[in-house]
Every structure is written in C-alpha cells, then in structure tokens.
Design a binder for this molecule. Structure first.
Ligand code: PLP
Length: 445
C-alpha cells in the first residue's frame, strides 16, 4: 500500500504534485487515489475495488501485477542497473530489438529506443527528415498531421497533433510548415457503425489537395494514428489508410503510423498496420511494450530508412539523436518479460476473438439517454454523448466520476467515454464493465 500517504491524505498533502492533464484544483478537492493493482483491478487508497476499463492508460495490456515482469526487473537491477548506449552497448538491448523485429510489420525491423510515446513521435519525425536529407532531398521538411490527432506532448508531436486545447497555449512555438488533414469522425454518416465505418475513404484524398498546395517535394512525412484514442476513438473508414499509403508512395512521402495505443495487441494483431494490412515507413510505439511497468518507447523504422542513413562516412555518427535512457537495461528486461507473457498467453491476437462480444456489449448501450454514437474496434470502445448546452465535456466527466464511485475506471475525453481494458478481460468482466457504465449513463441527466 502507499507508504508515504495516509490512506486518505489531507488536502494540503496533495499540493506539491502538479498533475499532468488534470484539473488539479478540482481533483485535489475530491481526489481519486489508487494504491494497489492486480489482474483486472485497482484498489483505492481506502480499499475499494475498481475494475480497470482502460488498461491504466492504454498500456497494461497483460493486466496488473505480472510477477514475471517484476522478477525480470528485479534481476536486471541486481545485475546492471544502467549502461549507456552511446558508443557502447549491452546485450539485452540487442536481444530486445531482435525480438521486436520478429513481430514487426514487414521490413520495419530497425528499432530505435525511446522512453515514451512523445519521444517516439519526435524521434520518428527527426528520422524522416534525416532520411530525406540522406537521399539528397533535404528540402522535404514539411509534416502533415491530422485534426484531432494526438502524438504526445513534445513540440514535434504537439505540432503534428490536432487537439486544439493541446496546441493553443503553445501556438507561437509550433513547428513551421505543418499542415493537417481533416479528421475522420463523421457521426452524420457513420453513427453506430460496428467496427470500421463504411463512409469516408475519400477523406484520404485531402492529402492530394495538400500536396497540390505545398508540392510533394516539400513534404517529408504524413503522420496519423491508425485508430486515434485520445482524440475520442476515431476509426479509419474502410479503405482510408490504404489510400493514404498509395498517395504517399506516389509522391515519395513517408507514412508514419503512431501505434502508441494500437500496438501490442490492442486490436487483435501485434500492430494495427498488420490488422489493416497497410505498412507504414515508420511506426511509433510505447505503453504496451513493457505492459506499462517501466517507461519505454520504440520507433520501428523500415530497412530502407536505416540503410539510407548508414551511407554517412564510415566512423561518423549517422543520426545525432538519442536519449540517456534509450534501451535502458531495466526497461529492456521489462519488455522482454512482457513479450514472453504476450506470446505465452496469446495476448497479441486475443482481442480478435473477444471483440465480437465486446462489440455486442457496447452496442447494447444504444438508445440510452444522450448516447449519439458508439464506436468499437478490437478491444477499444467509445460512447459518444451529446454535449450539455454551453458545457462541452461536462456530461462525460460526470459519468467518468460516477463510474469510478461505482467501481469501474473509464476514460473521458471531451464528450466521449473511451475504454481499452487489459487484453486479459473475461466475458463476465466485459458484461460488468458495460452494465455499470450503462447504469451510470441512465442516471446522469
Ligand atoms: C497515439 C499516441 N501517441 C503518443 C502518445 C504519447 O505517449 P506518452 O504519453 O508516453 O508520451 C500517446 C499517449 O497517449 C498516444 O496515444
């Protein structure tokens, strides 16, 4: 349990921690404190059991408290707690890169390690620039993101991201030359679609419009989430991602998939690019790579990108980029143990077999008050609520708080309730999660 805080700390004990993406003053006046976790559940500081409907924050794919990861981390800490990877190496880093390359999409088997999704995104953007420069096309400096996209909080990721609240305070510091595609959420055409929406593949053609505006020769890369989570669970219309791939290919533009949430089994294949059969040139990952136990991220780069960068003169550093903790040995140990669990328990594909049940359970919420859309794919689900007049997000926030009081943890983003449970979820737990959510939706006016 929490050794430092009393089970219910006084409010003035909460001031020092400036909490991320949190309404600090509101939270601190009624804190929701988690103290322990195991399997599908958290326990609050005052001992209540909470079912985890969001895998922590889209990361604890194998469920909480996995002994194998704890043991691997403990052993690594006892063997070598840190080793640099600048002009040095350690075996476990190479072992992990090899293991990741075995499950990677075709030819995306050159792995650059980071410590988070945000760092993976900024790394991928830099690699895209480095690649074009190595190929003699250093004028390709522009990035195309997408409205409502979320790519973390670095300046690069914020610039290509498309969530207005994340951008507006930092507007003067956004990367120059970034443009955005339209997002793919269209409730008018696609409300209550089961799985991928049928309408909207043509939205990818916007990329041709932007190419017409900027010229392909100025564009380095397009970055999208195959399924965006933080923006409110936006699904790609059938054929949309393939079309983006075609347009990128035609114009020598790199395609980056941000798979920070879709990676590691979330939608029934190791990666969304495998599920959708569209291979990007760069793929960003984090979260599920270590089951959330130790911070880590990884960028999967196509061989052609690595090979192009390796043309630099012999003995020179090919990419002036990296983090002190790139391939941190303890994170590598956690990731290897996580991959072992995924393999042993079939978790990288389990969502495919559970998703029909998940879909049926979610869509049973159709018809409840204020529910205007339900979206699902793999083990991702979202319930879209009609916003209260003049108070965007207020209804969904109230639902989120009430759900927590009733013993389930969901995520609120705008007027969307998003869910992404650990991939170990059992049918009766799906029923409990969705039934509780339904009860709360009925109660909240
Ligand atoms: C698609 C995507 N990219 C990047 C990030 C940023 O990851 P991190 O919070 O680890 O920096 C997130 C986090 O939710 C994400 O969903």
């Amino acid at each position: 349990m929490n050794a430092q805080l009393s089970p219910l700390p006084a409010n003035n004990e909460l001031d020092a921690f400036w909490m991320p993406f949190t309404a600090n003053r509101q939270f601190k006046s009624g804190p929701r404190l988690l103290a322990r976790a195991e399997g599908m559940h958290y326990w609050t500081a005052d001992g209540r059991e909470i079912m985890d409907g969001v895998a922590g924050l889209w990361c604890v794919n194998a469920g909480h408290g996995r002994r194998e990861i704890t043991e691997a981390v403990t052993k690594q800490l006892g063997t070598m707690e840190f080793a640099p990877t600048f002009q040095m190496g350690h075996p476990i880093a190479f072992e992990l890169a090899n293991r990741l390359s075995e499950i990677a999409p075709p030819n995306l088997d050159r792995i650059f390690f980071t410590n988070s999704g945000s760092e993976s995104v900024d790394t991928a953007l830099k690699i895209a620039l480095a690649y074009h420069r190595a190929k003699g096309a250093g004028q390709r400096t522009r990035f195309i993101g997408r409205e409502k996209g979320y790519h973390g909080v670095g300046f690069g990721g914020t610039s290509v991201g498309g969530m207005v609240n994340n951008r507006k305070a930092f507007a003067s510091a956004m990367l120059p030359g970034v443009d955005h595609l339209r997002h793919t959420l269209d409730i008018e055409h696609n409300a209550f679609s089961r799985g991928l929406p049928q309408w909207g593949a043509h939205l990818a053609n916007e990329l041709e419009r932007l190419i017409g505006l900027h010229d392909a020769s100025t564009i380095a890369a397009v970055i999208v989430e195959p399924i965006s989570g933080s923006g409110g669970v936006l699904l790609p219309p059938v054929g949309y991602l393939k079309r983006l791939r075609e347009i990128c290919d035609k114009n020598d533009i790199l395609l980056i998939f941000d798979e920070v949430i879709t990676g590691f089994g979330r939608i029934g294949k190791p990666f969304a690019s495998l599920a959708f059969d569209v291979t990007p040139d760069l793929m960003t990952t984090a979260k599920g790579i270590t089951n959330g136990a130790i911070p880590m991220g990884a960028v999967f780069a196509h061989r052609k990108i690595y090979d192009a960068c390796m043309q630099a003169p012999e003995g020179s550093i090919e990419l002036f980029h990296g983090y002190t903790y790139s391939a941190h040995p303890v994170a590598c140990a956690a990731a290897l143990a996580t991959l072992d669990i995924y393999k042993k328990e079939g978790l990288l594909t389990r969502a495919a077999s559970v998703s029909p049940l998940w879909e049926d359970a979610l869509h049973a919420l159709r018809g409840l008050p204020h529910v205007i859309d339900i979206r699902n794919y793999g083990l991702i689900g979202a319930v879209e609520l009609e916003p209260r007049a003049g108070k965007p997000g207020a209804r969904a926030f109230e639902i989120f708080v009430k759900c927590f009081e009733r013993g389930i943890m969901v995520r609120q983003t705008g007027d969307t309730i998003a869910m992404s449970p650990p991939l170990i979820i059992e049918p009766k737990q799906i029923a409990q999660l969705i039934e509780t959510l339904g009860e709360v939706i009925r109660e909240v006016a």
